[in-house]
Design a protein around this ligand. Sequence first.
Ligand code: AKB
Length: 315
Amino acid sequence: MSKVLVIGAFGQLGSELTLALRNIHGTDNVIAADIRKPQGPLSDGPFEQLDVLNGKELGRIVNVHNIQQIYHLAAILSAKGESNPKFAWQLNMDSLINVLELAREKQLEKIYWPSSIAVFGPNTPKQNTPQNTVMDPNTIYGISKLAGERWCEYYFEKYGVDVRSLRYPGLIGYKAKPGGGTTDYAVDIFYKAIEKGNYECFLRPNTYLPMMYMDDAIRATIEIMEADHASIKVRSSYNVGALSFSPEEIALEIKKHLGDFSIHYAPDFRQEIADSWPDSIDDSQARTDWNWQPDYGLKKMTETILAGLGELLNA
Ligand code: AKB
C-alpha cells in the first residue's frame, strides 16, 4: 500500500477526501496535514500540523512517513484572495512549487493538485466551455490556478512528475463548510434554508455557474488518480462537469421540500467574479480519457443534502 499525504485535510474537500482515501489505503497509510488541529472523525488517524509554506517541514513529513503520494488541497479561494492578493499568490504558488520540487527530488509516485473553473475569464466562451480555449482569469485565485496548471505540465514534461489535476466547478457538500469562495452560496443556502427558512444571496437570481456534488468530486478525484498513466493525456488540468444552475433554480428546488423557504438577493463584489466564469463546462476529454461520468443532478443532490444536513443539524 502506498503512503499518502493529504495537505489541507480539514478543508471542505479534504475532510471528505481524507476519509475516502483512508477507506482505500487504510487509516494508518493516509496522513492528514493541516494548519488546524484535527476534529471529528479525522482525529482517528495519523496527523501532522503543517504550514504549507514551510518547505523544510513538508520534506521532513514526507521522509518520516515515507510518503509516495501527495494530495495538495490547501489554497486561498476566489473571494478571500481578493482581500490580500499578494498573500494568496504566495500561498497558492509557493506551496505548489514546494510539492512539485519534492516530487521531483524524491521521485514520488503521484501528485494530485486541484485547479478550478476560475482559470477561465470574461473572454472565455461561457456555454460548454471547452478544454482548450481563451483563458484570461481576473481574480488572483484564477491567475494562480492557471499558473499552477502550467507548473504541473512543466514538471510532467521536463521531469516526468506524475501530477494529475481537475478543474473543479463549485463543490457542494454539507459535511464541511467551504470558506472564501464565490460558489459558497450554494452550500450556505442549504444551512440557512433548514436553520432559518430564508437566505440572502450575494449573487443575482439568474447567475449560472458550473457545480458538482461532493460525492461526484471525491469519485472524480479518486478515478483520475487510479487511471492508467497512459490514459491521462492532459497534464495541465481536466475540465470536469456535473450540473449547472442559478440561485433562482436551486431556491425553487429547495422550496419543493421546504415550502416556506424564501430567498432575496443582495449582490456584492462576488457577482463580478461569478460573471467572469463559465455557465457550463464541456468535459468530453475527461469522459473519453478516463471515463468520467457524473452521477448527481440538481434533484438528487438537493434531496440528498436536505436529508443528510437535516440529520446532522438535529444531532
Ligand atoms: C471558488 O468559488 O472560489 C471555488 C472555485 C470555483 O474554485 N469554489
